[in-house]
Design a protein around this ligand. Sequence first.
Ligand SMILES: Nc1ncnc2c1ncn2[C@@H]1O[C@H](COP(=O)(O)OP(=O)(O)OP(=O)(O)O)[C@@H](O)[C@H]1O
Ligand SMILES: [Mg+2]
Length: 277
Amino acid sequence: MEKLQVAIEKARSQRQKAGESRPAAAPVAKPVKPTDESLRTCWKDLAPIEVPESVITQNRLVASADGPAAAPFDMLRTRILQQAKSRDWKRVALVSPHSACGKSTTAANLAFSFGRQSDLRTIVLDLDLRRSGLRRILGQHCQHTMADVLRGEVPFSKHAQRLGDNVALGFNGSTVRSAAEVLQSGKASEVLNSIQAGFEPDLMLFDMPPLMEVDDNFGFLGNVDCALLLIEAERTTVDQIDVAERQLSELTNVMGVVLNKAHYTEGAYGYGYGYGY
Ligand SMILES: Nc1ncnc2c1ncn2[C@@H]1O[C@H](COP(=O)(O)OP(=O)(O)OP(=O)(O)O)[C@@H](O)[C@H]1O
Ligand SMILES: [Mg+2]
């Protein structure tokens, strides 16, 4: 664990030297600002979802209800918000060096946690187009994919589903072959801008594929303001953290590093921070 801590500290100081002045993603042009009434309507009109209790238990959705089990995610939510507000960041990508670090589980738990922040609107999008991770973890079904939305073929307002009053989720109903091409396209940037302008979220979270396994992130991360790097205790190596940090800092701001599945942390969930700025 000491090695991981050293790697996280090293990454933090590298970021402070190199990345402090990186600008956020280009500001979103807002052609027509929605009225309060139309904004309320477009959120209200999203199809609401219920997450079955069995899914909550099976898929480690520990933040689904307020309480001690949700505390790590509520704390992570607060840290994300503090950082996002102070830097005027709205788009946060969840990434990891390799697969199964817990990005989709974290995204799903953060959806619940942000849902309890009733003064905020949050959009969580599954942009791991090759899997349907977020949809499966939340036990949902849907007809289309976020690729259909990013290609401009299906409106987000028809595709998105709503958790509570203030969290919109974009799932993948099936897997997509040309994921990298879709994510890299100018059309995807345009669509994201129009989602942001139309729904006026306080924060957008993107559940991304692993960095080392596919090139999807490389063409896309220019669309986000920052990335949060998830690593897996006892599996992610120091070298992998190092490489991921370097790659990410060439593409976007690195918000921090989250150490997941750490058995030595207090609490049942095994979730801890090596959370650096
Ligand atoms: N803190 C945790 N403690 C124990 N198991 C966890 C934790 N977080 C996630 N997991 C488990 O790890 C596995 C992978 O999680 P998840 O699908 O969220 O990872 P991922 O990073 O999204 O993976 P992929 O890169 O394949 O999309 C799942 O079985 C999940 O239940
Ligand atoms: Mg995933």
